[in-house]
Ligand binder design. Structure first.
Ligand code: ATP
Ligand code: MG
Ligand code: MG
Length: 301
């Protein structure tokens, strides 16, 4: 097969591994710098150009769109879908997953466990928000944050109120969440490919941090997840419409609660912790599913 990957940095571990895995299985994988792709909307046949030349002949596209260029990257991916190229994850599904509030609304609608979460636009309602999630303490997070940046633990009413007011003053959208203390600074990342959990790891934050993100100095190890955690991850992936994703959960007193679903999960942490060939499994998922013209929405929605 001829596979394209929308990515900006060819040297990232995840991207290098996907190229390696594709080639090992007899395919070609071309990395296209997302920001150098352009769409040609005027033509009858929707096309994508790269460095000024129309590209075609790809059987599948792997979107690895950075959070800072979500809108542009999704426009390019939609154009691939419209031209009949099978996307590993669809643009519509990625769009949902990039908005934490929207994701949580979808997951809640289907009865999946979530931390108590509140959202409001008006900082005057700060106290109400904090009480709505049985705090303080509360966790306050940016709606479109990533790598743990913009996730704050506020332990008292006054600190929670000032953090909420500061974020709102800076005109950014935030969620206020129940603090799952019993998780003890540890979260679980379950990697779902094609409706199955293929690998899982436990991430523990640096000793002085409640956030377990590897980018914030956390460490990862392999973990055996419970059947309830497994089915939670699989159902979340299904409801979000993602073929490949990382489902992040906390172990709460009332069972697994989902923090978020990542549509471009990093491979380094999970492959190192579990010793599994996750990149190879992603390429296999493409082999099993990619069919020309079978792009589900074909750009709709
Ligand atoms: N409600 C909560 N209770 C306890 N700990 C939490 C809560 N929410 C987040 N955390 C901790 O903070 C970390 C970062 O939170 P979250 O994953 O929501 O942010 P992010 O910036 O989107 O990170 P990512 O890079 O994984 O996308 C989590 O991995 C978890 O360890
Ligand atoms: Mg995130
Ligand atoms: Mg996270």
């Amino acid at each position: 097969m001829k596979i394209a990957m929308l990515a900006r940095n060819a040297n990232l571990y995840s991207h290098r591994r996907l190229v390696e895995a594709a080639e090992a299985r007899g395919h070609t994988l071309d990395i296209l710098n997302t920001t150098r792709c352009t769409v040609n909307i005027a033509s009858h046949r929707p096309t994508v150009s790269y460095n000024g030349e129309t590209i075609n002949g790809f059987d599948a596209v792997i979107p690895r769109i950075g959070a800072s260029i979500t809108q542009y990257g999704l426009a390019i991916l939609r154009q691939f879908e419209m031209s009949g190229v099978w996307p590993l994850n669809e643009s519509v599904a990625i769009g949902r997953s990039r908005d934490k509030l929207r994701s949580m609304q979808i997951l809640a609608k289907h009865g999946l466990g979530l931390p108590l979460t509140a959202y409001a636009n008006d900082p005057k309602q700060a106290e109400e928000l904090i009480k709505a999630v049985n705090g303080p303490p509360v966790v306050i997070k940016l709606l479109e944050g990533t790598q743990g940046i913009g996730v704050v633990l506020a332990e008292t009413m006054s600190s929670a109120k000032s953090v909420i007011e500061a974020f709102r003053g800076a005109n950014v959208n935030i969620l206020v969440q129940e603090f799952i203390k019993e998780a003890g600074g540890t979260d679980i990342r379950a990697l779902v490919i094609g409706g199955k959990v293929v690998a899982a790891m436990k991430r523990t934050g640096a000793p002085d941090d409640f956030r377990s993100n590897l980018h914030r100095g956390g460490s990862a190890e392999v973990i055996k997840i419970t059947p309830e955690e497994r089915s939670t991850a699989v159902r979340a992936a299904k409801r979000m419409g993602l073929n490949v994703c990382g489902v992040d959960m906390l172990r709460s007193n009332h069972g697994p609660v989902i923090m978020e679903v990542n549509s471009s999960p990093g491979l380094e942490g999970i492959e190192t912790a579990t010793g599994k060939d996750v990149a190879g499994m992603i390429i296999k998922c493409i082999e099993d599913n990619a069919r020309s013209g079978k792009t589900k929405t074909k750009g709709a929605g």
